[in-house]
Design a binder for this molecule. Structure first.
Ligand SMILES: *[C@@H]1O[C@H](CO)[C@@H](O)[C@H](O)[C@H]1NC(C)=O
Ligand SMILES: *[C@@H]1O[C@H](CO)[C@@H](O)[C@H](O)[C@H]1NC(C)=O
Ligand SMILES: *[C@@H]1O[C@H](CO)[C@@H](O)[C@H](O)[C@H]1NC(C)=O
Ligand SMILES: *[C@@H]1O[C@H](CO)[C@@H](O)[C@H](O)[C@H]1NC(C)=O
Ligand SMILES: *[C@@H]1O[C@H](CO)[C@@H](O)[C@H](O)[C@H]1NC(C)=O
Ligand SMILES: *[C@@H]1O[C@H](CO)[C@@H](O)[C@H](O)[C@H]1NC(C)=O
Ligand SMILES: *[C@@H]1O[C@H](CO)[C@@H](O)[C@H](O)[C@H]1NC(C)=O
Ligand SMILES: *[C@@H]1O[C@H](CO)[C@@H](O)[C@H](O)[C@H]1NC(C)=O
Ligand SMILES: *[C@@H]1O[C@H](CO)[C@@H](O)[C@H](O)[C@H]1NC(C)=O
Length: 506
């Protein structure tokens, strides 16, 4: 009986297998489904797998499969679901994939070396989920994308796409999640249908022009950070703060006001030694960016909310974090399902020291025989767009869970802004202990000048920290903002201690 099952279905789960896939598996010609996740499986997919013509579902997540994605997969014409993520595959995605017209789900993320265009999707008209994230896709989005009538999720973020966003895309009724961030796409936003999209990420493109009306009337999550929009008094308050987070980061450019900032990620304000870590306890669950009204710093959170519940706001419910004189700094953290960016705005140009504080507070210790200890969190750290640490694993670096680790970096600010980017490239476990327990996690950060600043020495009066831009479900955000502003103003009048001071209390 067991043998019979094995012929249809093969699953290699968390950590119970290592080394290359046995080439003998290629003789199991009746095999229809292969599932591999978070295991030590490595090396190329054996050439004998060309025989597996009955394959319908193949998933391989978070392992070390490498080499090129084999051409012969284009001959598995019964495939309905192919998911490769967090491996070490090289591009391009084979052109033979154009044979795979039965595919319903195609997710290929995190590809190295060689780019692919989108030509290979031309016959995949039954797709409901097309996710090619961080996969070196270049060229443009096919203009006939409107013919993919079943498409629900389109994630082409973190690629090198160029050209216009086809207006036909917005006639696909079924589409609910659209992620086109981090490309070189241009053009204005189409008016049609976007109202039905639940999740729209068009960050890091070159969009410009006037906002379509659905930007204010829709109830979607929307991220338009780092585009080429310009604003005037008629539209600057539609998505408050967004004007500061365009490509050229215009707020206080050439007129810097700050020379340092520090943030208590996912938590309330806290003072440690001379540094005041400003509060970042905002609920980003349904939001995509926040800019403080001081225009001092901002957050953008993008990508992959589509898996439903995701906790961007993590409290440490276990024992205290060790390896630090200030365990309180690690009681809360911010977590992201994709790309978490903190921006320093209006900074005086010059060299800075960046310090990021981490502790793994979700997973248990590796080898401690508990279920949560099987979780692994792996992400990349970029500063000013330069990769600083690849496959960063907090527990591994710190020597265990609930141990503090601080990483320090140098950065140059030359255009009055600083970007700290924590990026999930598909590595690590996804679902231990819960769905969504993965992605960048950070507890605090500080940025101090490595030069003698001429601005940003504390002036108590101006340094309040009202939030001006939360792009949460847009229909109700106006109410939330009014309430928050009122609340904080009231507090300010009654209690001087509530005033947020800037970093240096000289
Ligand atoms: C795909 O199938 C065709 C026809 O059976 C065969 O000629 C070709 O060699 C196969 N391609 C690969 C890469 O195995
Ligand atoms: C798949 O496409 C390639 C060309 O890209 C072709 O040579 C091959 O025969 C096709 N295989 C099948 C089974 O249609
Ligand atoms: C696409 O889906 C339809 C409806 O489920 C099905 O009849 C058709 O065979 C599918 N096409 C391919 C190429 O699998
Ligand atoms: C995409 O990248 C490939 C490989 O680097 C290159 O040959 C091709 O010209 C690029 N296409 C576009 C449209 O930039
Ligand atoms: C993507 O485009 C940018 C800017 O044009 C370029 O610097 C980068 O090398 C490209 N990356 C790839 C993988 O083609
Ligand atoms: C704001 O309005 C001006 C004209 O008044 C226009 O040029 C600009 O594109 C608009 N920006 C947005 C984001 O709608
Ligand atoms: C961005 O907008 C400016 C004008 O506001 C324009 O000069 C520039 O060419 C635009 N950049 C791109 C890449 O579209
Ligand atoms: C900052 O700029 C200095 C001088 O141009 C250079 O030596 C240094 O390597 C730069 N540091 C970083 C982190 O880019
Ligand atoms: C910044 O870091 C460098 C080491 O990279 C150190 O020498 C310097 O003292 C630091 N500056 C400040 C202000 O802490």
């Amino acid at each position: 009986m067991e043998n019979f099952l094995l012929f249809l279905f093969l699953a290699i789960g968390s950590n119970n297998f290592s080394g290359p896939l046995p080439s003998e598996l290629g003789s199991l010609v009746n095999l229809e489904e292969i599932y591999i996740d978070s295991s030590g499986v490595s090396g190329e997919i054996p050439s004998t797998f060309a025989n597996l013509r009955n394959m319908q579902i193949m998933w391989a997540y978070d392992c070390s499969l490498s080499g090129k994605i084999p051409d012969f997969i284009g001959n598995w014409t019964k495939l309905t679901s192919l998911r490769f993520g967090g491996n070490s595959f090289e591009g391009p995605i084979p052109s033979s994939f154009s044979n795979l017209s039965s595919l319903v789900t195609l997710q290929i993320t995190d590809i190295n070396s060689v780019s692919s265009s989108l030509d290979f999707i031309k016959n995949m008209k039954n797709l409901t989920d097309l996710s090619l994230r961080n996969a070196l896709i270049n060229g443009s989005i096919p203009s006939n994308i409107g013919e993919y009538k079943s498409l629900q999720t389109l994630d082409l973020s973190f690629n090198n796409l160029t050209g216009q966003i086809p207006s036909a895309l917005f006639s696909v009724d079924s589409l609910t999640h659209l992620f086109l961030g981090n490309n070189g796409l241009s053009g204005t936003l189409p008016q049609q249908k976007a109202v039905y999209l639940k999740n729209i990420d068009l960050s890091y493109n070159y969009l410009s022009g006037t906002f379509p009306s659905w930007v204010t009337t829709g109830s979607q999550q929307l991220n338009l950070v780092a585009n080429n929009f310009t604003f005037d008094s008629s539209n600057i308050s539609i998505l408050p703060g967004l004007n500061c987070l365009q490509r050229n980061f215009p707020c206080n450019k050439n007129a810097p006001r700050y020379s340092s900032f520090a943030i208590k990620c996912g938590g309330e304000e806290m003072k440690v030694d001379s540094i005041v870590y400003e509060a970042d306890s905002y609920d980003l669950g349904g939001a995509s960016f926040i800019v403080l009204d001081t225009q001092k710093w901002a957050i953008s959170d993008a990508g992959l909310f589509s898996d439903g519940q995701f906790n961007t706001h993590v409290q440490n419910t276990g024992s205290q974090v060790t390896g630090t004189p200030t365990p309180k700094l690690y009681q809360s953290s911010r977590q992201s399902p994709g790309s978490l960016r903190y921006y320093g705005l209006g900074l005086e140009n010059g060299p800075y020291n960046v310090s990021l504080s981490f502790a793994e507070t979700v997973f248990g210790d590796q080898g401690s025989q508990t279920w949560t200890s099987l979780g692994r969190r792996v992400f990349d750290i970029y500063i000013q767009g330069t990769l600083q640490l690849k496959d960063f694993d907090i527990s591994k670096e710190a020597g265990g869970a609930r141990k503090a680790i601080t990483k320090k970096f140098n950065a140059n600010v030359s255009e009055n802004y600083l970007e700290i980017h924590l990026f999930w490239a598909g590595k690590g476990t996804c679902c231990i202990p819960d769905q969504g327990s993965y992605g960048p996690l950070v507890s605090a950060l500080s940025v101090i000048p490595d030069f003698k600043p001429t601005v940003g020495i504390a002036h108590k009066k101006n340094q309040t920290a009202l939030i001006v831009g939360i792009a949460v479900a847009l229909g109700i955000s106006g109410l939330i903002l009014i309430f928050l502003t009122f609340y904080m103003r009231t507090k300010r009048h009654n209690d001087d201690a509530e005033v947020h001071l800037s970093l240096f209390m000289k």
